[in-house]
Design a protein around this ligand. Structure first.
Ligand SMILES: *[C@@H]1O[C@H](CO)[C@@H](O)[C@H](O)[C@H]1NC(C)=O
Ligand SMILES: *[C@@H]1O[C@H](CO)[C@@H](O)[C@H](O)[C@H]1NC(C)=O
Ligand SMILES: *[C@@H]1O[C@H](CO)[C@@H](O)[C@H](O)[C@H]1NC(C)=O
Ligand SMILES: *[C@@H]1O[C@H](CO)[C@@H](O)[C@H](O)[C@H]1NC(C)=O
Ligand SMILES: *[C@@H]1O[C@H](CO)[C@@H](O)[C@H](O)[C@H]1NC(C)=O
Length: 351
């Protein structure tokens, strides 16, 4: 009985999905993604790509600060897995358009005056033209720019969002270095937990010397947590992964060409992510539809106070306090506005 009910529910969900036809996963010459509400949707419907505005950002800038991003379709609150222009929001009043440029790049155009505000800057010099390239949002959540001019071979990847991660590592994406090209894929935290997607202070990246993965300040060598070396199955500092985790595969690959961490899930329906959060912790999470929330499988470092400078200068971090951070005696919060949004980098100053 229960099983039959479940089957009905699953079937109903499938029907709903198929009913939403009309969207596409591709941008190509003459087929742009125009306007604020337009979306690309991956073929499996797991990911969507489009322009969005951040709540805080629009209050500050009169409702005209746009970001291009990819997010989970299944998660009700917009939860991005990648943002193109977190450091350079589009300030134009006119709604932006994602299209293939004349030289075959994927670019964001300001429709008012046809200027380019963001571009993959990858097709230039490759000999590609607009009619050869197209951008596809894959089932993995990877946005790829393809050149299909060689009709006898596979389309060539000119650019992919997985090579330019923001704060999220998705299954099958690589976190680490290409030793030949020097490309270093690392996660960068957001400045605030819920504010605009602008890059913060913390990074999760490969440390080639050991090799291992480390959490550190992006612009200095200050490391505050490390995985320790890979033993072929797991990292000593993440014992949660030492057993066999069902449907979950993890590898640290180190060869002459590359050095990276990668994880996969065998069940494509699982919605999962590995993030560095605004407070500098690395978390592996799974979305639970039943409770409509993220379940954290592990967080590192375990204690939030173990994150370097988590409360900013002249502060105290203590688990007995709610909230965690407070000013040292004789000091007061430098920027109450930033502090309230969870950006503690300004810390406290003498009263
Ligand atoms: C295009 O318009 C935007 C505002 O809508 C402006 O900021 C930008 O400078 C303009 N660019 C050119 C080349 O006119
Ligand atoms: C393309 O590359 C050439 C040479 O590297 C450079 O001079 C030119 O400005 C580039 N064009 C664009 C649109 O980036
Ligand atoms: C691209 O294709 C369109 C439509 O087929 C055609 O009009 C245009 O001349 C082509 N452009 C180039 C550079 O080949
Ligand atoms: C086109 O693809 C074929 C098959 O992979 C390959 O042998 C050939 O070298 C490619 N041509 C060019 C110009 O890249
Ligand atoms: C993940 O899947 C990709 C694509 O199938 C595969 O090449 C890679 O080896 C897998 N990685 C792990 C850690 O299982």
């Amino acid at each position: 009985m229960a099983a039959a009910l479940l089957l009905v529910l699953v079937f109903a969900a499938l029907c709903l999905c198929v009913g939403g036809a009309g969207s596409t996963d591709t941008v190509s010459a003459g087929r742009p993604l125009a306007g604020g509400d337009a979306r690309l949707v991956s073929n499996n419907r797991k990911f969507a790509l489009g322009f969005f505005q951040s709540q805080q950002a629009s209050e500050e800038f009169g409702g005209s600060k746009w970001y291009l991003g990819i997010w989970f379709s299944a998660v009700p609150d917009l939860t991005t897995v990648w943002v193109a222009n977190g450091a350079n929001p589009i300030l134009d009043g006119a709604s932006p358009e994602l299209a293939i440029s004349a030289d075959g790049d994927l670019a964001v155009f300001n429709r008012a005056n046809a200027t380019i505000t963001w571009s993959t800057k990858s097709a230039n010099g490759s000999g590609s033209t607009a009619n050869d390239t197209s951008a596809v949002l894959l089932n993995s959540g990877n946005l790829v720019l393809l050149d299909a001019s060689n009709h006898s071979g596979q389309p060539r990847i000119l650019w992919q969002s997985f090579d330019h991660p923001t704060d999220t590592l998705l299954p099958s994406a690589k976190l680490g270095r290409d030793k030949l090209t020097g490309l270093n894929r690392r996660l960068v935290s957001n400045k605030t937990p819920a504010g605009p997607p602008s890059p913060g202070a913390y990074c999760y990246e490969v440390d080639s010397a050991t090799p291992q993965l480390v959490l550190k300040l992006c612009d200095s060598s200050a490391t505050y947590w490390a995985t320790g070396s890979w033993n072929g199955k797991y990292f000593a500092a993440i014992p949660e992964l030492s057993g066999n985790v069902p449907t979950f595969q993890l590898a640290f690959v180190d060869n002459g060409r590359e050095e990276y961490l990668q994880y996969n899930v065998t069940d494509e329906a699982v919605v999962t992510r590995n993030i560095i959060d605004a407070a500098g912790q690395n978390k592996h999470q799974v979305w639970l539809d039943a409770s409509r929330g993220w379940l954290t499988l592990y967080a590192t470092p375990k204690g939030q106070c173990d994150v370097y400078g988590v409360c900013g200068p002249n502060t105290v971090c203590a688990y007995s306090l709610r909230p965690l951070c407070s000013c040292m005696k004789g000091f007061s919060v430098w920027s109450p506005e930033d502090w309230a949004q969870g950006d503690r980098s300004g810390g406290c100053v003498r009263c």
